[in-house]
Ligand binder design. Sequence first.
Ligand code: PEP
Length: 249
Amino acid sequence: MRRKLVAANWKMNGSRVANSAWLSAFAAPHAPLACDVLVCPPFPYLEQTGMVLRGSGAILGAQNLAAHEPGAWTGEVAGEMLVDLGCRWVIVGHSERRQHYAESNELAAIKARRAQDAGLLPIVCVGETLAQRDGGETVAVVGAQLAAVLAVMSAADLARAAIAYEPIWAIGTGRTATPQQAQEVHAALRAQLAKIDRSASERTRILYGGSVKPGNAVELFAQPDIDGGLIGGASLVAADFLAICAAAK
Ligand code: PEP
């Protein structure tokens, strides 16, 4: 039985004042959650968020890390620094990094490995464009993205981390993959892992991301291979994020 994981990706949003309001709303009394909850603010707010989350049961994560060890890499943030700030997780290979910063499958894989070496658990994002879906290439595309990671990291190591299937056409668009569409891809990713290591494949959490909202989370999370979600837009409102977390049992 895989415990579900729901992660908030605030992307490049927030301010000290806005975060403080979000964190107070998040910390307000609510029914106990039956899933792991992760909050990934922008780098400058990791310390603020981490301090408030301490004792709440939620975990702190980051949205990106450098591909390198600490050193002469101006403007970059090393995995070791994220650990120092209390992060447990880090997102790698998000489609916005791939699209706007030309991050390749190989670079995403190197970052996943770097995260692990620094003591972090990577959430490895994979996903296809609309053209690739329409062309029937979805499983091949996400399979290649996963294969690049498995070239540098064992399936057993990945089982301690997570994969996030995020169809690019569903991210921030309000258009969600149907539970069946998502389940199909999740099952294909798990089958790919099973070919290498069946036991690891059964332990690996595969999250879905792409316009998850309180209104569609229950059905998505009910699919047998959907082990939680990576939540962008809806995570910016604490009450919506909590409602999505409550849908993960
Ligand atoms: C994301 O940023 O990873 C994401 C899934 O965004 P949204 O929920 O807004 O589609």
